[in-house]
Design a protein around this ligand. Structure first.
Ligand code: NAP
Length: 267
């Protein structure tokens, strides 16, 4: 059995590079910290919150890791080009070994008004531009930099497998991410590249500021088999595993990281 105190376990991504989208805050920040802690040089992508992205980079460096920040507001026409310009500036001649598609549409007010009565064409377009089109185009560009044996992990949601009528466009976008994951795993297997997704349930982050309400927290906690809200680090651990060599035989998987949310009626 491996010894958890073995320092080699903490450096198993030494020499690797990773891009984590939406790594200024929340789950993406935790993923960036985890991959950097495992030894990877991490590109910390952000949209608007440069201060928060710099804070993620500083936290990584404080622990002896290596990172740099990259700005690109996903959803706009030139976003993917800007992202890869920034990535090239930080990586230099190095390849990109690991891509984590984590950033997602963050307008909470719009997300929670996504019922069939309220949803609009504009909302669907905006959500899909950030949650579906951007990750696909980022993968397309990343493949030019990724060596055989690379890793692609996308962050989905339990919203793809449960009925959340008020999150229609968001849930549909995460369903698309899961279809993309299986299709690309099939196609990229020839290059030894694995493609997986992690699907969190309710997790403490900025997107879920509503979770500060104790009543909602209690109700959502009761919907998971483990009876609590997830922590960003718990999603990051699943991503860290999928990015590692330990997961070399795992591809096309949607790893549920929700503490067993929405499994059935609670007794
Ligand atoms: N939290 C949950 O309960 C939960 C549950 C299931 C799935 N998820 C998924 O987990 C992932 C992370 O969510 P989170 O809760 O950590 O969100 P969060 O705390 O709101 O952080 C979102 C991150 O994405 C970036 N981002 C958002 N829109 C962007 C855009 N248009 N362009 C560039 N960057 C953008 C933000 O950058 P800035 O800081 O610069 O704005 C930020 O770094 C998402 O895919 C989400 O759907 C979350």
């Amino acid at each position: 059995m491996s010894d958890p105190a073995d320092p080699s376990l903490m450096t198993r991504l030494t020499g690797k590079t990773a891009l984590v989208t939406g790594a200024s805050r929340g789950i993406g920040r935790a993923i960036a910290l985890r991959l950097a802690g495992d030894g990877a040089t991490v590109a910390v992508h952000f949209g608007e919150r440069e201060d928060a992205a710099k804070d993620t980079v500083a936290e990584i460096e404080r622990h002896g890791g290596s990172a740099f920040a990259v700005r690109a507001k996903l959803g706009s026409d030139d976003a993917v080009g800007a992202l890869f310009d920034g990535l090239a500036a930080g990586l230099g001649e190095r390849p990109l070994d690991i891509l984590v598609n984590n950033a997602a549409y963050g307008d909470l007010a719009a997300l929670f008004q996504g019922s069939i009565e309220a949803v609009t064409a504009r909302q669907i377009d905006e959500v899909f531009a950030v949650n579906v089109t951007a990750p696909l185009l980022i993968i397309q560009r990343a493949l030019q930099l990724m060596p055989d044996g690379g890793r692609i992990v996308s962050v989905s949601s339990v919203s793809a497998r449960m009925a959340a009528p008020f999150q229609l466009a968001y849930g549909m976008s995460k369903g698309a991410i899961e279809v993309m994951t299986r299709a690309l795993a099939h196609e990229l297997g020839a290059r030894g590249i694995t493609v997986n997704a992690v699907a969190p349930g309710a997790t403490d982050s900025n997107i879920n500021a509503a979770l500060q309400d104790p009543d909602l927290r209690e109700r959502l906690s009761e919907l998971s088999a483990l009876r609590r809200i997830g922590r960003p680090e718990e999603i990051a651990d699943a991503v860290g595993f999928l990015a590692s060599d330990d997961a070399r035989w795992i591809t096309a998987n949607i790893v549920d990281a929700s503490g067993g949310a929405f499994l059935g009626p609670i007794q």
